[in-house]
Design a protein around this ligand. Sequence first.
Ligand SMILES: [Cu+2]
Length: 642
Amino acid sequence: MLPSTKTVLLCAFSLLVAGFSTAPAPARIAPNDNRHPAGTLKNGVLTITLEARQGEWRPESDQGRAISVAAWGEPGKELSTPGPLIRVPAGTEVRATLRNTLDKPLSVIGFGKTRGLSDSVLVPAHGSRDVKFSATTPGTYYYAARSGSQIFDLRLENDMALVGAIVVDPPSAPPPTNERVFVLSWWFTIDSTSPNGLGRATMAINGLSWPHTERLDMVQNDSVRWRVINLTEIEHPMHLHGFYFRVDGKGDGVRDTVYTAAQRRLGVTERVLPFQTMQLTWAPTRPGNWIYHCHFSDHIDHASSLDTERGVFQQGNTAHHDSDRPHQMFGLVMGIRVAPKGPQVASTETPRAIRLFVRDKPNVYGKKTGYAFVLGGTPEEKDRAAMPVPGPALVLERGKRVAITVINQSKDRAAVHWHGIELESYPDGVPGWSGQGKELLPAIGPGDSITVRFTPPRAGTFMYHSHFNESQQIASGLYGPIIVVEPGQTYDPERDRVFFVGTAGWTDNVIVGPFAEHLLNGQRQPKPVQLKAGTPYRFRMFNLADGGPTRITLMTGKDTVRWRAVAKDGAALPAGQATVQPANLTFDPGEIYDFELTPKAGEIALSFGPPPFPPGPPPANLKIPPNLPPPPPIKTLKITVK
Ligand SMILES: [Cu+2]
């Protein structure tokens, strides 16, 4: 789904090897909300039998389109994806019988001594295998399988639903009632003749794809704990609207590292890498509707819908099941409904009025439309040809209410998300969802406008961006920085620099490209910058470049410049993490970092672009197809320090 080099290779490989057909089977593959442990736990031993069988998975509800895949189930019970939840207290011995009813042998990971990707057991076709391990360390783990005996990370499409969660709780403590386990999975076919390169694709959370994912009902102020397990071959920057979460730990299926208090940090977007697990804690302190979603646009747009024909969305097909109008999201999105509790205080403050225009213009990026935000009261407002990218920095004051009127001068519908700001639900920016009960935020039609109000409670770095047709609107310029200053302070753009990474339009074919090139502050080749030696600067780094991670490095000659990390997603880093470190940042769309640096006289090369392909030769069985287009180029901004 992502045009990173690695993904392209993976997808191309799947295309080459996915040459077998599977007969449709009637067995239903149910979603699994991971709330009910499977197997029989007795005297410190969990006994479980897992059968891999062919079935039909409908990630878009039972009325949606079916895909024929293999899945796990206990004997005599329904198949599910994710498979049955294995959840035991530490100290339990897990004895599992793995049965393979399929015509191909299965490599199963998760049940070896070390678990994780590298420790697999082979279960022959129509055979079974007894495995056991001791669940010694509390944490989040997983199991998965693929046909054949080759390396694990290149699964065939028939294997992609053969995934499941393993959770080890502390001994003698029951699982917390406020905790949930979310497995991210996917399925796709490649079609070299389709416009986007895909046949069909879906992305699922606990086996369901938005708008059919579970609605999480919460009560205001009641904290929750989430375990997120990424069982796809690519990373996902998972973003929470309206609230910070605390990242409490990460794991790789072998080891789950629970962070110490000093290692924890706040964020609104956190990368979860392929076959990585993460643990989050947060509290919905404001009522209303919210979402938790992947910040890769094509993981939440029609590319992740099964209602497509050769990659093109077919709205008529949604007649069979709930469509998601008007927010037009699919795939990796979770809806959260927070019921109010206690007195709700409405602001009576007179807000500062801001007007923000949304514009489009044809043929800005080749034949693709460009989009831009323009601030009211500036010369650009009257100059209808002005298309500044990124949009103007909105400099707000902590605790000072604003009323922002968004005026849509474009031909598309518009919606604006104030990313990272802790605000009320209605202004949050997801049309048809933000708000409460029947009072939901509408999309802004062409020629229409809407006013939203909020009070930023925290000084720091945030951003605003489109939350409608994001894969086109964000990719083509509809974003800008928000800088919230402490009361009485001013923003000094000389010492306080915005570096906003975006793309020059969207990528049509996510498999073979050509891939949109990266822009820095809206420029393909950014103009040289001059800084003063010995002067402290703040660099605010924003990423909305879709399609994969972006790497930024600052080099003086062969030496990496050092900077001090200050904040992540607008929240100040704890003292132990606010350290001086090499200026080498890899981040995903939806992430924001602040750094401080006091440069010495000389030249600094700031490079930006996709991270280099992992070093070393590709695996022996990875057939690299010829004539793949190159990834987007790495570019350099020249900084002269005098
Ligand atoms: Cu994603």
